[in-house]
Design a protein around this ligand. Structure first.
Ligand code: FCB
Length: 449
């Protein structure tokens, strides 16, 4: 397996999920977490991993793991408390942080919007695009001279789906039409931020999409059509306007017009041209795939039916399928030749905690990591231009509506004390990186007695 020189081996986090409050502005997530029942276990991001204070310790962990890249987000509600004017103290913080990464030889991968929008703003309104542009200008003005890789938006589909269609994430809106409109504004935000970044030579701007390969449950024509429709809804609706060169896909546009009963009047003339042609790379967040079958037409003529049966799953029940990642990467590189790809998230919930030796023997995450890195290597060997692999996550953190229960980290966090402990998977990753991506033999689980 041949990972190119300079391949960005890394891991990611986001501001709201790790930093804690510490004087930032109110965000839509602060508001959402106060809704009774919104968060499993009732938690919020007020303390999280306390990384706003413990960031030096986080950098030591990044060094210990030998990461070559670290994906983090600048807190939108920290940089722009109140939404309209930057707080220089916040920018000072991120400047110190980036300088410390660079000094450690770690490439920063900076996300602008990882969901912690300042309270009072909403993607349902077109004015959010200007607010996002102003924020991007503030961060780029400070950091574009030293940060090359910028992720504008994290997971536009998930923002639209969970935030505005199902109401399961901030801001908790449940309305299909608003969701489609909000998704459009998120994409316009990408275009606006990419233009801001491109005024600074040497920066690379891309969005990170949550991509779910969609497979038909059977070979029937109906199920195959369901898989194509679902792919349009989840993947192509975002990929095509960003990278395809001719705006939104026609089949999905017709679908929305039918489902909503009206035209997409929020897509103005010139909007699609302001979204496309501005991506220097594509960020891919890959977790699992969807298996689809035909369903009664409203509001979607398809439904998720699997994967069912006896497949390997994470503790969250998501199928573990590295082969689908390999095929996804190969497919994308054929469809969008010339657009470099970066895995901006990949990981799983494995709930292992410390055993009586104080260590975390998360051997299922070790295997998950090995198999997905191998899949990326296989895609590269087949010609895909993949520039990096950023595991989700560096450490256990606040998993949005699921609270603190799901653990995604290479590093364990004891939330009561804030103590960090590198898991077996973190140590394994360090050896894998040191070997240039060659998988070391899986560690034996030590027996203690
Ligand atoms: C993604 C999010 C990330 C984290 C992982 C598990 O949807 O971008 O913040 O929640 O899932």
């Amino acid at each position: 397996m041949s990972f190119p020189d300079g391949f960005l081996w890394g891991a990611g986090t986001s501001a709201y999920q790790i930093e804690g409050h510490h004087g930032r502005g109110e965000s839509v997530w602060d508001e959402f977490c106060r809704r009774p029942g919104a968060i499993e276990g009732g938690g919020d991001g007020s303390r999280a991993c306390d990384s706003y204070l413990r960031w030096r310790e986080d950098i030591e962990l990044i060094k210990e793991l030998g990461l070559r890249a670290y994906r983090f987000s600048t807190g939108w509600s920290r940089v722009m408390p109140g939404g309209d004017r930057p707080d220089p103290k916040a920018l000072d913080h991120y400047e110190r942080f980036v300088d410390a990464l660079l000094e450690a030889g770690v490439e920063p991968v900076l996300t602008l919007n990882h969901w912690d929008m300042p309270a009072g703003l909403t993607w349902a309104e077109r004015s959010s695009v200007n607010a996002f542009r102003t924020y991007a200008e503030a961060v780029a003005g400070r950091l574009a001279d030293r940060v090359t890789w910028w992720i504008t938006q994290n997971e536009p589909w998930i923002i639209a789906l969970l935030g505005y269609q199902l109401g399961l994430h901030a801001p908790g809106v449940a309305d299909l039409g608003t969701a489609v409109k909000a998704g459009h504004h998120v994409l316009l935000g990408h275009g606006a931020a990419a233009d801001v970044l491109h005024a600074h030579p040497g920066t690379k701007a891309g969005a990170a999409l949550s991509l779910f390969p969609c497979d038909p449950a059977t070979d029937s024509e109906e199920d195959r059509a369901a898989a194509i429709g679902s792919d349009g809804y989840v993947n192509r609706w975002y990929l095509d306007p960003l990278l395809g060169g001719s705006g939104y896909p026609a089949d999905m546009r017709e679908h929305w017009e039918r489902a909503l009963g009206h035209g997409l009047d929020f897509v103005h003339d010139g909007d699609e041209a302001a979204i496309g042609g501005r991506s220097d790379f594509l960020g891919i967040n890959y977790y699992t795939r969807r298996v689809m079958a035909a369903a009664p037409p409203a509001p979607f003529p398809w439904k998720v039916v699997g994967p069912s049966g006896d497949v390997a799953r994470t503790d969250e029940g998501w199928e573990i399928n590295p082969g689908a990642l390999r095929d996804l990467l190969i497919g994308l590189s054929r469809r969008f030749p010339g657009t470099p790809l970066m895995i901006t998230e990949n990981g799983g919930v494995f709930g292992d905690g410390p055993t009586h030796d104080g260590q975390i023997h998360d051997n299922r995450r070790v295997a998950y990591l090995r198999d997905h890195v191998e899949a990326v290597g296989a895609a590269i060997d087949a010609g895909a231009d993949v520039r990096g692999y950023l595991h989700w996550s560096l450490m256990d953190n606040f998993e949005w509506a699921l609270g603190y229960r799901p653990r995604f980290g290479l590093v364990h966090v004891d939330y009561a004390s804030g103590a960090r402990t590198v898991k077996d998977s973190g140590r394994y990753y360090a050896r894998l990186i040191a070997g240039g991506g060659t998988a070391p033999a899986l560690p034996r689980i030590e027996a203690f007695g």
